[in-house]
Design a protein around this ligand. Structure first.
Ligand SMILES: [Zn+2]
Length: 92
């Protein structure tokens, strides 16, 4: 069953509801009875157990610099990863 997220337009209360497709959509806030609107969930669909992640597309070519990561650290991490890969190849 999908989980829907709602936000109250009156008091901004957010809540989640697990609903079947045939259930009536919720229209009122449980706190203040104000109007609520359904929020489309930003959560990506994750296929558990397959190793495939919807957010993982950009990692095809190994580690990519993260926007929050500084470049020197990234290069360092990449070098370390390369060394480990080399070692693994040599040991075969
Ligand atoms: Zn409310």
């Amino acid at each position: 069953m999908p989980i829907y997220e709602y936000q109250c337009e009156n008091c901004s209360h957010r809540f989640e509801l697990r609903q079947g497709f045939n259930d009536k959509p919720v229209e009122t806030c449980p706190l203040c009875q104000g109007n609520v609107r359904r929020i489309l969930s930003p959560t990506p669909i994750i296929f558990k157990g397959t190793g495939f992640y919807a957010t993982d597309n950009r990692r095809k070519d190994g580690p990519q610099p993260d926007s929050g990561m500084d470049k020197a650290k990234f290069e360092e991490a990449k070098e370390a990863a390369d060394k480990i890969l080399k070692k693994e190849k040599e040991s075969k």
